[in-house]
Design a protein around this ligand. Structure first.
Ligand code: SAH
Length: 354
């Protein structure tokens, strides 16, 4: 089993140097191994290492790239969805998206999720485990290799709550922004959170300055607590105050996600309450950008997407009150591209087979 082997892809160059010293190899091997791994190559392809060394590495260490369990290509917009199989058989998803400014990948940070948001497919079976830094990096490298195209942007918006796997996520961010690796700038990375305030404050101190995306989805505590249990721990006021602190510390603009659920949070009062909450808790302290996304209905939950008319009405109310809002373009609707849908389907199929 790979579990007993040293996970080299989670290591930075200094740690790899230490590892190399431990197996009696010179320091410069570390940079060679790092370069190969970050080009998506495992031991057998590291051609500037002797065969004997590659065999020794194989015996005690691993480079953890996920395997493709299933791959779906959208006929509508070329979006590609991967269902990966990790070394212990867990499945997670990534979505490769083409934008005019380059290719972006949405990756998973946990197998499952324990946050319990009422509309989300990822949380249905709870959290199974956190992903290792190598397993997050592996999604980027394996997709890049499979597509044969450079990935220049990353969003941590797949399965899992990134700030609930804090240390591994921060280590992943340092690896993926390393100039000797694939060197994706913090400006091209977005981390999405359902609102773990302690994690937001910690992240602001890391010197990483990634874009923070906050899943707000409701303007009042009554409604937010009903659809997002995390709101019972940190309420709307505390969450919005944390986003202001993050902005002040990093200078990065925050984007707020607001998923529109018909008859629940898409009403006129809902829009006005959102304006009120933003005015009260954010005010002029930072620019506000709100992404409106009609909810993607999942069959386990009785939530319907807001129709075009109420989406436009909602956006118009925000604009009228000076809040910048965009209606998010949905990519890959024909391939279950939303968070957690595929993993869920796969888990259910496996249950049927058992
Ligand atoms: N846990 C993190 C990141 C993963 S979810 C977070 O909560 O932000 C990524 C985004 O998809 C979040 O904004 C989440 O609220 C949203 N989302 C989840 N299920 C959805 C659905 N069925 N329809 C629309 N958006 C959904």
């Amino acid at each position: 089993m790979t579990e007993t082997k040293t996970d080299l892809l989670s290591m930075n160059v200094a740690e790899l140097q230490h590892f190399c010293a431990g197996i009696g190899e010179p320091k410069f091997r570390a940079a060679q191994i790092f370069k190969w791994m970050h080009a998506g190559v495992s031991f057998d392809g590291m051609t500037n290492l002797s065969r004997a060394l590659r065999e020794r590495l194989e015996a005690c260490a691993c480079v953890r790239f996920p395997e493709i369990e299933e791959k779906f290509v959208s006929e509508l917009d070329g979006t590609v969805k991967y269902l990966w199989r990790l070394s212990d058989g867990q499945n997670v998803e990534s979505v490769f998206m083409r934008y005019h400014h380059g290719n972006t990948i949405c990756i998973s940070t946990q197998a499952g999720c324990r946050m319990g948001c009422a509309f989300c497919a990822s949380t249905i079976g709870g959290k199974v485990r956190d992903l290792l830094p190598s397993e997050m990096l592996g999604q980027v490298l394996a997709a890049q290799r499979d597509m044969g195209e450079r990935i220049s942007g990353i969003v941590l918006m797949g399965i899992g709550e990134p700030l609930d796997n804090y240390d591994n996520v921060v280590r992943f961010l340092r690896l993926v922004t390393d100039p000797d690796g694939i060197n994706i700038g913090c400006r091209h990375i977005s981390l999405s959170t359902c609102g773990l305030v302690d994690g937001i404050d910690r992240l602001a101190e890391e010197g990483l300055a990634v874009t923070l995306s906050v899943s707000l989805h409701a303007p009042t505590d009554a409604l937010r607590s009903e659809i997002m249990p995390i709101n019972n721990k940190w309420n709307v006021a505390q969450l919005l105050a944390a986003t202001v602190r993050y902005f002040e510390k990093t200078g990065r603009r925050i984007s707020f996600e607001y998923t529109l659920i018909a008859g629940k949070n898409d009403t006129e009062e809902g829009a006005l309450a959102l304006v009120e909450a933003m005015k009260r808790h954010v005010g002029r302290k930072m620019p506000i950008h709100i992404n409106l996304i009609p909810v993607n209905p999942i069959k386990e939950r009785a939530f319907a997407a807001a129709d075009g008319q109420s989406v436009r009405r909602f956006a118009a109310i925000l604009e009228r009150h000076g809040l910048c809002a965009t209606v998010r373009r949905t990519l890959g609707p024909d391939i279950n591209a939303s968070c957690g849908q595929l993993r869920n389907k796969e888990n259910q199929m496996q249950k049927k087979i058992l």
